[in-house]
Write a protein that binds this ligand. Sequence first.
Ligand SMILES: NC(=O)c1ccc[n+]([C@@H]2O[C@H](COP(=O)([O-])OP(=O)(O)OC[C@H]3O[C@@H](n4cnc5c(N)ncnc54)[C@H](OP(=O)(O)O)[C@@H]3O)[C@@H](O)[C@H]2O)c1
Length: 118
Amino acid sequence: MTESDMTGVMKNWSAQQIGSLRGKTVIVTGANSGIGYFTALELGRAGARVVVACRDATRGETALQQLRIDAPGATFSLETLDLANLGSVRAFASRFLETGDALDLLVNNAGVMAIPHR
Ligand SMILES: NC(=O)c1ccc[n+]([C@@H]2O[C@H](COP(=O)([O-])OP(=O)(O)OC[C@H]3O[C@@H](n4cnc5c(N)ncnc54)[C@H](OP(=O)(O)O)[C@@H]3O)[C@@H](O)[C@H]2O)c1
C-alpha cells in the first residue's frame, strides 16, 4: 500500500501503480536517455502509444530498439525533435497533427541542467 508523508508526497510509489493508459497517446521529449527513457518505457508498459521524441535520429533509433526489447508489445514510434530549433519544433508539430491523433499527455522532459557557464 502506498503511504503519504505529512506533505502529501507518496512513499513507496512504483511504476506498477500507473493505471491503464490503453488508448492514450503521449509524447515524451528527450526520450532517448535518462528520465525520459524510463518515462517512455513505463508509459508504454501501461499501454499508451508513446511518441519517442529525440533530437538525434541515431540516438533515437538506438533507444527505440531498446524500448522495444524492454517492453515487448508496447507501442513506440520515433520522431526527431530538436527543441533548440523552432523549425524542427514546427515540423514535428505538423507531422503529429497530420496523424489526427489526440494528444493526451505531453512530458516536457528534454533539457539540460548544471550548465557550467552561463
Ligand atoms: N537528473 C536529475 O537529477 C535532474 C534534476 C532536475 C531536473 N532534471 C531535468 O530532467 C530532465 C531529464 O534529465 P536527465 O537527467 O534524464 O538528463 P539526460 O539523461 O541528459 O537527458 C536529457 C535529454 O534531453 C535531450 N535534449 C537536450 N537538449 C535537447 C534539445 N534541444 N532538443 C531535444 N532534446 C534535447 C537529450 O538529448 P541528447 O541525448 O540528444 O543530448 C536527452 O535525451 C532535464 O530537463 C533535466 O534538466 C534532471
